[in-house]
Design a protein around this ligand. Structure first.
Ligand code: AHR
Length: 641
């Protein structure tokens, strides 16, 4: 009997403990407080974690042009094979492989390429092999094979070659099995030898050379802005290794190789074979921006090599007096993107297949720079760009940290120089994100706007788990509330190969055949999908919701669609009941609520890609006071008509 009572009592206590006080959020519908820029939520691409070569760029052959410093890196060679560069096929990629008759009839000459962590082969999908060859005598024959990871032949074909001049050959290969770590073998099948260069293999479902599934992962984010090509790789370990966009355009065969700045710099994950083929170059970046409907935002070197790696060593950077070629690169890029087809760089764009301009509106000068070196160099860039292209908006930077002396100095200089936007970076703890939702509430309304160009919640072990995603969702209510100041925001980094990562967390992970979207990806998508056109004031007790009782919120209206979206992050351990009081509105008639909830440590993975996904449910609505219940540790997006 006593035992029974205790149970009843504890149930009552539970009821009292979980009963929630009612909140009331007041949303002013008549006077939007700010316009939301179409660029508000976007994506930031950098070739880190094998994001380009071995990732988004669909090329399956590693070191296809034999230009790595170790010319056969990526290849396993056998027999009578060597490297030459006399009379090359491609001036800027002069090395090629020379295959000759082996020393005995029962021996073979050839080479194998295992791609990037193996080659992902899909049953029934066509793979297009292409190579450039010239024969030493009149004719030669190659044996081309696809093999499984365990060395079983998947398929074999012969490729007949003829002629002593360089020619392009193609061969279609359609495997009958799937293998995540297959490989390619090419061997000489004739007495006479051959020179081979630019050996490429692409899945036939590629989109302009990009992996179809990863392009879809980007498109589904509905980004408003696309920042490329980085990140630190813009700057380079030294200036010789900076990203030079002019090397990334024109025929892919002749784009010179560059070292990837991330090959040795992350001591815990060194990849000496990490290079940039530039097969994914500026033209492809512009095409992708266009496909996604995102404003392109290229970032160029300002003449400073990576300051993390070179600190204040002035000799590592280009002197201001020698900056002109760097400035010319910026001016020429604008011409490449927007110029008339009769201009030099506009002509190249047209020759590459896009006579229409790309409508470039923004350009970033410098990545994550700090100190006096930066404004000294940015100023001449700005003068030249403003003089020739006054409508182009210029993005400067406040450096690598969220606050502090360097940050304050950076902002002071950006104001002095009248940059249009300032790129801020913060990789901080989930606690920091939860505590900083009011970060922009007091930012000056005049002067440069904010581009939150790199951010991510870095929790324990840097996992892409729900705790981080929810902290970002909470913080982003503050970006949205301050859309008059914050005009662009991009999570970073974007991509990561499950075997080739150096930096985490990252938005999208992939292997050679599959990808998965992290909980952070879904938060980004929800903000983009329900971006709205104007911010509305949302308050409780006249204050914005920036973490009171674990609640964060923002409200927007989409004037074109006649819809209201309220985003609520509840980071507390209890369900919260909230009245959304839409002032000056007679009646709402339809509603849906998207709910995103999981345990703090919940993640998606290659094996379980949809373990953590948002769910949408219908809501019965009437009048202008809508009651919603937002569960513990939940991000909710309420959509009302
Ligand atoms: O996103 C990874 C790196 O973080 C970027 O390359 C750099 O800008 C920042 O330090």
């Amino acid at each position: 009997m006593n035992g029974m009572k205790r149970i009843i009592l504890s149930c009552c206590c539970l009821a009292v403990l979980t009963a929630t006080a009612q909140h009331e959020f007041t949303i002013l519908t008549k006077k939007p407080v700010a316009e939301i820029q179409p660029t508000m939520y976007g994506i930031f691409f950098e070739d880190i974690n094998f994001g380009a070569d071995g990732g988004l760029y669909a090329e399956m052959v590693e070191n296809r042009s034999f230009e790595f410093p170790d010319a056969f890196m990526g290849w396993e060679v056998f027999g009578n094979i060597s490297i030459s560069q006399s009379s090359p096929a491609f001036e800027r990629n002069p090395h090629y492989a020379v295959l000759k008759r082996p020393s005995h009839n029962d021996r073979r000459t050839g080479m194998e390429n295992h791609g990037f962590f193996g080659m992902g082969l899909k049953q029934g999908l066509r793979y297009d092999l292409s190579l450039y060859a010239r024969t030493h005598a009149d004719k030669a024959t190659l044996r081309i094979e696809l093999l499984t990871a365990t060395n079983d032949t998947i398929m074999r074909k012969r490729l007949n070659l003829a002629g002593k001049d360089w020619k392009k050959y193609t061969l279609a290969l359609t495997p009958k099995v799937t293998d995540a770590k297959g490989f390619l073998r090419i061997s000489l099948d004739s007495r006479d030898g051959v020179d081979l260069d630019h050996i490429s293999m692409m899945p036939s479902d590629n989109w302009n050379g990009l992996r179809a599934d990863l392009v879809k992962d980007l498109e589904d984010l509905h980004p408003g802005v696309f920042r490329f090509p980085g990140g630190c790789i813009v700057e380079g370990t030294d200036l010789g290794e900076r990203y030079q966009w002019k090397n990334s355009v024109g025929p892919a065969e002749n784009r010179p190789l560059n070292t990837n700045r991330w090959n040795h710099t992350m001591q815990h994950r060194i990849f000496p074979n990490y290079f940039q083929s530039y097969g994914l170059g500026f033209y492809e970046f512009f095409l992708l921006s266009e496909k996604m409907g995102a404003a392109p935002l290229p970032i160029l070197s300002c003449g400073l090599s990576c300051q993390f790696q070179n600190r204040d060593m002035e000799s590592a950077h280009v002197p201001v007096s020698e900056l002109q070629p760097y400035i010319d690169d910026a001016l020429d890029l604008i011409e490449f993107a927007n110029g008339d087809v009769n201009s030099k760089w506009g002509r190249l764009r047209a020759d590459m297949g896009h006579p229409e301009p790309f409508n470039l509106q923004f350009i970033g000068i410098g990545n994550e720079q700090w100190g006096e070196f930066y404004p000294q160099r940015l100023e001449p860039f700005m003068k030249a760009i403003r003089a020739k292209y006054p409508k182009i908006q210029i993005v400067g930077t406040s450096g690598p940290s969220a606050d502090g002396d360097r940050f304050d100095y950076g902002w002071q200089e950006m104001r002095r120089l009248k940059a249009d936007l300032v790129d801020e970076h913060y990789y901080m703890s989930p606690e920091w994100f939860r505590a900083n939702a009011a970060r922009y509430d007091k930012y000056p309304r005049k002067g440069p706007k904010v581009f939150a160009g790199e951010y991510a919640a870095h929790g324990k072990n840097n996992r892409n788990n729900f705790e981080g995603a929810l902290a970002e969702a909470a913080f982003m209510t503050g970006l949205e509330r301050n859309a008059d100041v914050v005009q662009m925001a991009t999570y970073a980094p974007l991509f990561s190969h499950v075997e080739g990562w150096q930096w985490k967390p990252d938005l999208i992970w992939f292997d050679n055949l599959r990808s998965f979207r992290t909980p952070n990806w879904y938060v980004q998508q929800l903000y983009s999908l329900f971006k709205g056109t104007h911010v509305l004031s949302l308050t409780e007790n006249k204050l914005p919701l920036t973490g009171q009782e674990g609640l964060y919120a923002s409200a927007v209206v989409d004037k074109a669609k006649g819809q209201y979206y309220v985003k609520i992050a509840n980071v507390s351990d209890k369900e919260q009941s909230i009245i959304l009081n839409f002032k000056d509105l007679k009646a709402l008639t339809q509603g849906e609520m998207t709910i995103f909830h999981a345990a703090d440590k919940a993640e998606n993975s290659i094996e379980k890609p949809t373990a953590v996904v948002p769910k949408t449910q219908q809501m019965a609505v009437s009048g202008n006071r809508i009651e919603v219940k937002v569960g513990a540790k939940t991000f909710a997006v309420v959509q009302l008509q």
